[in-house]
Ligand binder design. Sequence first.
Ligand SMILES: *Cc1c(COP(=O)(O)O)cnc(C)c1O
Length: 383
Amino acid sequence: MTDSPRFETAAIHAGQDPDPATGAAVGPIYQTSTYVQEGVGRHRGYEYSRSDNPTRRALEACLAALEEARHCVAFGSGMAAIATLAMTVRFGDRVVIPDDVYGGTYRLFDQVMGSLGLRYDTVDMTDLAAVKQTLGDETALVLVESPTNPRLRILDLRALAELAHAAGARFVVDNTFATPYLQRPLRLGADAVVYSATKYLGGHSDLVMGAVTLDDDELAERLRLLQNSAGAVPGPFDSWLVLRGLKTLAVRMRQHCANAERIAAFLREQPAVGRVHYPGLEDFPGHPLARGQMDAAGAPLYGGMVSFETESEERALRVCESTRVFLLGESLGGVESLIEHPARMTHASLEGSGIEVPATLVRLSVGIEHPDDLIADLGQALG
Ligand SMILES: *Cc1c(COP(=O)(O)O)cnc(C)c1O
């Protein structure tokens, strides 16, 4: 291997040297909870798999390499990663999240962290003046997503990092939608990046996992302590599956993006479709920002998520229930295309919050099937 392998190369080799014991090209799944010690306290760095496991360690090394980060800490789910990050702030602190945010993240701060004394504010993060007004002395953490879910709004990550830091807060980006192949928030000023590895990183809709990547040694040490102390760790087999998924992340993302671009263009031409939300559309409000920050692959790529508005909730529900190739289901980022109704499915926890998503909205996770089949499927569902 070269000193600084490129993304596609690191995805296949980082943290994955051939097994020294057998020469196996693909690392073993260390499906074990404990490790035999040669004498009391004399071991080879592994004692118990909540604390550390070689398969999980390999995954963390690979994901850190892809992010060009010093550290990666893996968790049992994306929510476990976010909840553990939330444990790094103190009683009485405030967290600021966007008003267009993953429903589970909203629920965590609204229904769980609140009772532990952690307060939160939501704000439209496309409005930097409003963000500035919301930030205060007590703000300890600003957690954002870009593109946002489900409206694919693009946030100015560089500007938000500056605002958060000026207020003395940590700036964390949930990069689940973009993946490190398209966007590197650490380079744009983020202190940490969080992933639901359930989505594109795993890429095959067959596991649930999360991770945090970061450069900050002190915060990494704290997260390692919390990983072991709170114990929201992924198992060895799931770690191995994500390692396997990462190997094809770049080629999958290129196809997700190409298919999504075609579908967004198709939807735009449909009389039954209102606004199409896709950062790759040139007249999409966030397009210029996306072009400047979703460019880690060497040229801008706009992701595999598309959402669109229909004329009524009935119509949105009918479309969701009429596709044959697009499967009706929550989640995203797998090779198979998914369709869903955010207001009643992924974002149902926002009901009554004042930041509900419109009931006329349909969200697509565009897979890597042949784009003509996907377009034909949407055509008949809209027809
Ligand atoms: C799915 C998702 C999460 C939560 O991840 P899980 O692995 O389901 O716990 C967090 N953020 C975003 C943007 C997601 O899409």
